[in-house]
Design a protein around this ligand. Sequence first.
Ligand code: NAD
Length: 353
Amino acid sequence: MSRDFIYQANRATVVFGAGKRRDAGEWVGKLGKSRALVLSTPHQAEDAEAIARELGAFRAGTFAGAVMHTPVNVTEDAVAALHRAGADCVISFGGGSTTGLGKAITLRTGVPQISIPTTYAGSEVTPILGQTENGRKTTLRDIAILPDVVIYDPELTVGLPKQMTIVSGLNALAHAMEGLYAKDRNPISTLMAVESFRSFKASLPGLIDKPGDLDLRAEAQYACWLAGTVLGTVGMALHHKICHTLGGSFDTPHAETHAIMLPYTTAYNAVAVPELLAPIATIFGEAPGAALHDFSRSIGAPLTLKDIGFEEANLDRAADLASENPYWNPRPIDRTSIRALLQAAWEGDRPET
Ligand code: NAD
């Protein structure tokens, strides 16, 4: 077996622990900065205010305007707020939407970022940014936009609603799944992906009944850091392409779409690379796609595209879009197979592989 590979570590400092959000000011100082602007969505404005208060002398202000898909006009408002407040760094407090805003600000100003994630999306450890302008989404990859410090404080996820906990966790699992067969995978990304599966399996089911269990919350955050790091390290394939197509062209909700598609894209590729997806079968049982479908069902995850209001009449166009611009995938992609895969996901059929 060949041992050739390229591995590049994420340069961010990663801090884990209950209550560690309170050290954010100290990290501002360690970065050589003195005034932080705290970013959040409008929904998390109050909690962002609390984070800003804890910063004491390091506080520059808050900007609670982050929204999905990082619209460029919101980023411009945030950059203006950064300058008005005399801030020299940002703290992104929230899910992938807020993290995206932090990255977009760094892209334009070069200020360092501290990320305090409150979902399992994993964006805080990837150099990837999707932005929208005039209804068009473009995605870029730039190592310069990686957050400098990431603080995983499980206390902040205790209030993550049950359904978001489930879909956000499965969104992260999808990063790890595609990492297993990525063309540019390496031994470390594979270790991380497998450990992420083990850790989500050990935490997500328990969180359904015990959402306030800090140990389980910490375990799930650990799993999401691993999965996010895999996403940030290696290339993605069919699963991410389909989810971006559904989200970008049909406005389906991000994490739910990933959660629904995961068993189907896994099953599709399991036919071609069963040996690479074997860790999923080992951890979840049986055939990988079927096992993930059973796992999703057992934790009350959404299982069908029709459940999220996707019109059956749109399946043809979705299949066209998802199979155009040929991209790398371990199993060749053709429109007929993708159309069948989408139909199965629309119906919620249990995959066989
Ligand atoms: P989100 O950031 O859009 O958050 C959804 C809602 O949940 C928001 O109102 C938010 O304020 C709220 N919320 C967040 N944490 C909460 C908590 N602990 N308790 C209560 N409410 C909370 O959702 P997301 O799924 O984290 O992120 C989705 C976005 O991130 C998408 O735009 C996606 O494209 C992007 N994303 C990017 C990457 C990347 O690598 N660039 C990776 C994953 C996701």
